[in-house]
Design a protein around this ligand. Structure first.
Ligand code: MN
Length: 188
């Protein structure tokens, strides 16, 4: 079926959209991904905080198409570790993605299966090119929501499992009041 052109509005500050397909990730969905799991459990006991939202178009995952939407990472920390997305490889590992930061401050933390890693700063107006093979995770280091717009080939697919089991090689935590990249003590 031939698609019709369409547009969607995104709020630059909040990332909010008229799109209905919004997925929310709560701390309980990803507590094992933080290195201080007991701290995460302590927070959840009080309130199961929302860590991030992302919007989806709900298209079929075919190579002729592009998927786009916004990702909104809320401000906060688990112990000294900033709120972040789960992070993923693409199932079709070689497929790239672009993230354009609309508001907030943070990092795109990336790594390859071969062990290369990089952390690129995100702030309004910056576009980060995530090449194929690079897992990607957004991390909010500010007191405002970190809002990014992303677009990728629709058949890329999401491999969350590799990061869920192995973790990331690096973490970004707050030390002496500023974002600091450390080795992940739990990395396998
Ligand atoms: Mn992706």
């Amino acid at each position: 079926m031939v698609k019709k052109p369409f547009s969607i509005s995104f709020d630059l500050q909040t990332g909010n959209t008229d799109k209905k397909l919004v997925t929310s990730r709560y701390l309980s969905d990803m507590k094992e991904m933080y290195y201080d799991v007991s701290k995460a459990e302590e927070i959840i006991k009080n309130k199961n905080e929302k860590i991030y939202d992302f919007t989806e178009l709900g298209f079929d995952e075919v190579e002729q198409d592009l998927l786009y939407g916004t990702s909104i990472v809320y401000p906060g920390k688990v112990g000294e570790e900033y709120y972040m997305t789960k992070g993923h490889f693409h199932t079709k590992l070689d497929l790239a993605e672009v993230y354009y930061c609309l508001s907030g401050k943070g990092y795109m933390l990336m790594e390859t299966p071969e062990g290369e890693w990089d952390a690129v700063e995100l702030e309004a107006g910056k576009a980060v090119y995530v090449p194929g093979r690079w897992a990607h995770r957004s991390i909010n280091v500010s007191d405002e929501p970190l809002v990014t717009f992303f677009v990728f080939r629709a058949d890329a697919g999401h491999d969350y499992g590799t990061i869920e089991t192995k973790g990331y090689r690096k973490l970004i935590v707050e030390r002496d009041g500023k974002p600091t990249i450390i080795d992940n003590p739990k990395w396998k």
